[in-house]
Design a protein around this ligand. Structure first.
Ligand SMILES: C[S@@+](CC[C@H](N)C(=O)[O-])C[C@H]1O[C@@H](n2cnc3c(N)ncnc32)[C@H](O)[C@@H]1O
Length: 409
């Protein structure tokens, strides 16, 4: 498995297909390593093939896993980890798009915008340099329309589409307060009538519109004759069907079948949370893993049983009560005598195993995300657009940092 060196680059033209093809081969070949989720398996199928790697990962602590989570490729783990890590890095590295200095923002335009969101908006805006100066921005799934307002320059117009009435009203009030020529429209962009709202002279922009929402934009904007658009995709698993439906010819020809669980992999990177939030998240997962051991014993079936998401107040219950109540919820048979401290400890031990075993899946997180973004890019290429695909900010600002720019004459 030689790691083929790929120069990091802003992807354009032929590079798009070449990179897609290489990623497709990598992801397809190693499906058995990244599709099964450690959370739902006591033993992963690949552990029998790579016992040294499995034992090494299982020997590490929860803290070890936490510190490697964001950059699993840097972990010095036994083979085939190192080889796969090198390939993952080579195949998923994409350059930052060139940035330009932005016009100063309007007076106090950022006051109502959370700091991190504002920095994402500034980074996104600084990468847009279309050959034709936009006349009319279309902020797609705009929330309150912060991105659109930041882009709006004298002589331009702005339309914001959003389906949450409260966000539409707040957005309209903000645009009025700043005396900006913006129209905030309450619109479900998945509804049939959304197509009529896109005009050829619109420049659509979408910052973190989820799965179906940004795919719909890509399809409608190309059909409406929009000359240029910019999309930073997110939440690839928020789709209305249970399997991924590719849109480009190359992805349609691929043998890769993606379930909703697979599509959640790119989103499984967590940005550093505070100690309290981390502890709560870990406790919740350790309890679920402990309960999983219990339910296998109660049912006499050695299989994972999905449980519903529970209010965080459940974590305040003593562990035994938590298990009793969850067993009732799942209509399981009487629990009987249990060694609760031992079961709780087993849940924590499993959590350390799960988190460390997940580091192998982590090597496929970014390649899969780029595969998905390239499906969108290649579709737009087929529609006659010139494409530039790069990143618009560093990962800590948002891990969803791919930006797809499309232009056609
Ligand atoms: C992750 S937020 C991004 C908002 C904004 N672009 C930003 O970056 O702050 C996604 C937005 O899509 C909106 N949305 C979800 N489904 C929608 C739909 N079917 N039609 C229109 N907007 C929708 C949500 O209400 C939310 O405001």
């Amino acid at each position: 498995m030689p790691a083929r060196a790929v120069d990091p680059q802003v992807l354009t033209g032929e590079n798009l297909l070449a990179r897609f093809t290489a990623l497709d081969a990598f992801l397809t070949r190693h499906q058995a390593l990244w599709k099964p989720r450690p959370f739902t398996h006591l033993q992963l199928p690949w552990e029998a093939s790579y016992p040294e790697l499995a034992t090494w990962l299982r020997g590490r602590s929860l803290e070890d896993a936490e510190s490697a989570h964001n950059q699993p490729a840097l972990l010095d783990a036994p083979e085939p980890f190192a080889t796969l890590a090198a390939m993952s890095l080579a195949l998923s590295t994409v350059d930052e798009l060139p940035s330009h200095a932005l016009e100063a923002a309007g007076h106090r335009l950022n006051v109502d915008v959370p700091g991190r969101k504002w920095r994402q908006i500034e980074a996104f805006a600084s990468r847009l340099n279309f050959a034709d100066t936009p006349k009319h921005w279309l902020d797609w799934c705009s929330g309150k329309g912060h991105l659109g307002r930041r882009l709006l320059q004298t002589g331009q117009q702005l339309t914001c589409l959003e389906y949450d009435p409260a966000l539409v009203a707040s957005g309209q009030a903000l645009s009025q307060r700043h005396q900006l020529p913006a129209l905030h429209v309450e619109q479900d962009v998945l509804a049939a009538n959304a197509a009529s709202l896109l005009k050829a002279d619109h420049t659509p922009v979408a910052l973190h519109a989820c799965g179906d929402l940004h795919v719909r934009l890509i399809q409608l904007a190309s059909a409406a004759g929009c000359k240029q658009l910019a999309i930073a995709p997110c939440c690839y698993n928020r789709i209305s069907i249970s399997r991924y439906s590719p849109i480009s010819s190359a992805a349609m020809a691929s043998g890769l079948q993606l379930s909703l669980d697979d599509l959640a992999l790119p989103m499984s990177e967590t940005v550093t949370a505070g100690a309290r939030v981390r502890r709560q998240r870990d406790t919740s997962m350790a309890r679920r893993l402990a309960f999983d051991l219990l339910q296998r014993q109660l049912r006499g079936v050695d299989e994972y049983l999905p449980t519903p998401s529970l209010p965080s107040t459940w974590l305040d219950k003593p562990f035994a009560d938590y298990c009793h109540h969850l067993a009732e919820l799942k209509e399981l048979s009487t629990i009987g005598q249990q060694d609760w401290p031992a079961l709780e400890a087993a849940g924590w031990q499993r959590l350390a195993h799960v988190r460390n075993l997940e580091l192998l899946r982590g090597l496929f997180r970014r390649p899969l995300e780029l595969w998905l973004v390239l499906d969108r890019a290649l579709f737009l290429l087929e529609q006659g657009y010139r494409i530039r695909l790069g990143t618009f900010c560093e990962t800590p600002l948002t891990p969803r940092n791919f930006l797809l720019l499309a232009e056609r004459s």
